[in-house]
Design a protein around this ligand. Sequence first.
Ligand code: ADP
Ligand code: MG
Length: 359
Amino acid sequence: RFDVELRKVFKVFNGETAVQGIDLCIRRGEFFSILGPSGCGKTTTLRMIAGFDTPSAGELLIQGQLMTQVPPYRRPVNTVFQSYALFSHLTVRENIGFGLRIKRQRKAEIADRVQEVMQLVKMEAFANRFPAQLSGGQQQRVALARALVNRPAVLLLDEPLGALDLKLRKEMQVELSNLHQELQLTFVMVTHDQEEALSLSDRIAVMNRGKIEQVDTPNRIYEQPQTPFVADFIGDTNLFPAKIEGAHPAMLWITTANGLKMKVRPIETAIPLTSGSVVVSVRPEKIHVSRTIPGDVVNCFEGRLRHVMYLGTHVHYVVELLSGDRLTIMQPNTIDGLPGADTPIYVQWAPNDCLAIPA
Ligand code: ADP
Ligand code: MG
């Protein structure tokens, strides 16, 4: 069963297309993230689900019902905004109960429900404080409680942790995940933070310029990016535009634009890749660096060390190959005796550790 369905949904603002015909099926109870760079149309998509924006074309269904004529307040969804949007003149308790008071619920009923969600987000002790007397994380909890108090079927979250500093964000990520497990609601979260999306989501839609590039589990998004954009946006990687020269089951021989010959693994596709243009993605942690020529000469190239940064758990290298390509490399340890700028350095990676993606 799908809780939210978008069918060929478009949104045009004054002649500019913000969302370009997207299809999405979000399952009941799923933690679903929409991930992409700033300006790609994430918020617009979420606002259409919430009912604050109307699609220019296409259909939107929530729990199987067409939402075209349904105003935001009649939809079984609620939204947590990045800005929290709390009323500064109301206490925590009053902020959370506000929506229920508007709907003229009974006083006792309101009090019970507010108490319940304040417990859920661990804010009972702050019931009588005003927003200005709360930390950023506490304000975020109030915003969550306020969105949950009228028991929506789907909780929409727009960059919910975006305003918090890194340490607090990590803590709140764990709490969001716990909350999702406890409530078993459908969560739809918008974020530009790939780590946040990878760590929290059951599935992720990667968005770019108003379109969806891939919908998959976090693991598949990382291990089997279906487009060069997804490979580049998720994690760090080195990309080489290339042409397929030869194909064997599950292995390709390619030549890059700068003339490097490599043996690479193709991504899993319905129709096997055998010819044409590809982009080869090599993750920084898959590249070995050494001062001597390695025994295995497949995918082995000579270069010069251009930059070294010691990061504690890892060392980050930039190596410029003789072809002119610059590679980003992450290795757990330092090469003994750092070579000077003109000393040869060899890089190498296994064919199974790099991916060819259709260009
Ligand atoms: P994101 O949330 O991914 O950063 P948005 O959905 O906010 O992206 O915006 C997508 C595009 O639509 C942007 O180019 C933005 O300028 C435009 N846009 C968003 N809202 C409006 C609006 N109300 N009026 C005009 N243009 C808008
Ligand atoms: Mg946004």
